[in-house]
Design a protein around this ligand. Structure first.
Ligand SMILES: CNc1ncnc2c1ncn2[C@@H]1O[C@H](/C=C/CNC(=O)c2cc(-c3ccc(F)cc3)cc(O)c2O)[C@H](F)[C@H]1O
Ligand SMILES: [Mg+2]
Length: 214
């Protein structure tokens, strides 16, 4: 049932996950996408790497580009310190509507602000709209050819400070070659690759963690 994959994922969450239990929402989506139908969530293996970085950084202000069904938004929000916020951007209204319900089911809606719109329009407005100075941590998981332009836009808009950390999914599969070349070649970033696998598969993929040096 449900005409789209995100709708079927939401139906599974409502059927199987415990309301208010973020972990059970994450596990339900992982089970479904591993055994029923694949979907482009960061997944359990790369998710563990993301978790360790979120726990290490303890961001007060975090940005995610590309919400999709809200899997990583729930995963991240469940680890955020009190009073910290995840702002997540999604420009597909169907995905945004599903993600809002997944985030609500997990009981993390007071930690997540979902912005419906394109990152290119919203990044220049972030400071004013949210009274932000900068982001401590940014998770890039949207269109792979937008990682680099959006990173440059965040730099230009002064949303990165010395020590801000960028975490990029899929730097191998599907790949973000121009982004990788930029963060690995630039003296303004200290970059590190975490080898892993494409969600729910044995295909190689990985996460790139890049510290902005200012
Ligand atoms: C450009 N600005 C945007 N602003 C707001 N929301 C956006 C923007 N751009 C996209 N969105 C939103 O962000 C999401 C896009 C996610 C894209 N992700 C992938 O393509 C992706 C693909 C694979 C994959 C690997 C192997 C294979 F065989 C098939 C697929 C694996 C992955 O983990 C991925 O993340 C959403 F769909 C879109 O509306
Ligand atoms: Mg991804």
């Amino acid at each position: 049932y449900g005409s789209t994959r995100p709708e079927r994922i939401l139906a599974e969450v409502k059927r199987k996950a415990t309301r208010g239990d973020a972990r059970s929402v994450v596990d339900t989506i992982d089970q479904y996408c591993r055994h029923q139908e694949w979907a482009m969530n960061v997944g359990d293996e790369k998710g563990t790497i993301l978790d360790s970085i979120v726990c290490e950084v303890k961001p007060m202000a975090m940005l995610e580009l590309g919400t999709y069904c809200g899997y990583s938004a729930v995963r991240i929000a469940s680890l955020l310190p009190p009073n910290s916020r995840l702002i997540t951007m999604e420009f597909n209204p169907v995905f945004a509507a599903i993600a809002r319900q997944v985030i609500a089911w997990a009981g993390v809606e007071d930690k997540v602000v979902l912005i419906e719109g394109p990152s290119g329009d919203w990044i220049p407005k972030m400071k004013k709209e949210f009274g932000l100075t900068s982001f401590d941590l940014v998770f890039l998981d949207h269109w792979k050819d937008c990682y680099l332009p959006d990173t440059k836009l965040m730099e230009e808009c002064g949303l990165l400070r010395t020590g801000s950390i960028l975490v990029a999914d899929n730097v191998i599969c599907p790949g973000a070659p121009d982004y990788l070349e930029y963060v690995r070649g630039s003296p303004r970033y200290e970059s590190k690759y975490f080898r892993s696998h494409l969600e729910y598969t044995r295909v190689e993929d990985g996460i790139e963690k890049s510290v902005f040096l200012g």
